[in-house]
Design a protein around this ligand. Sequence first.
Ligand code: KIV
Length: 258
Amino acid sequence: MSETRETPQTIQQRKGREPIAALTAYDFPMAKLLDAAGVPLLLVGDSLGMVVLGYPDTTHVALEEMEHHVRAVARARPHGLVTADLPFETYETPAQAVESAKRLVAAGAEAVKAEGGRAILPQIEAIRAAGIPFLGHLGMLPQNMLEEGGYRIKGRDEAQREALLADALALGQAGAFGIVLELVTPIVAAEITHLVEIPTIGIGSGKNCDGQILVTTDLLGTSPDFIPKHAKPDELLRDRMIGIIRRWSENLIGPINE
Ligand code: KIV
């Protein structure tokens, strides 16, 4: 395993040189696994609301819950950059965004991510002015799912395409070190990747991004309710785990009653 610790700069420098593998980490053992596999970017994503805490969507995740999970991941001291999601309604104003980001950094995050482009530009500028590295997130924004009534692919019409390109440029100018592109049509994701100087990290957005990110439990096939089509796990580890537990529980040696 490389001894080099990743920074926002080392992630950014991979653009055009080396694909970026990013995965979510929610606790100490998962962070240790990802570190052993040499993953350069660990996201403490608010997807933990669904795959760890049992909420129906990410809008229920509280900042305190994110802090708790960031602390657990940071204790693993991974070489990959620990980036944490600002949860729903914790970055409504620039002052609130900075306060929330500082709490995640105090918990051990080395960078923060928030959903949106030009709509949250003052918040991003305030976070950057406070010296906190920022990862953007465009396309399908899970924190907007209640407002939009579901998870919808973005970039399908010209207005969405133009908005995505303008948002991506704005994020680059505001000093983001990368942009997650979630459920963006592959053609528009490729266009953004060519347009911006910072790396794009796709999820369900085709192969032509500078990197890819997945929810780790989707990749391993252990997500509790649903695995999105783009994850394509090699095998459902969940089934193997159930088999191990069943075999153990069916072969207990108890006291012999004569
Ligand atoms: O919360 C999360 O895990 C994310 C990824 C899906 C990009 O934002």
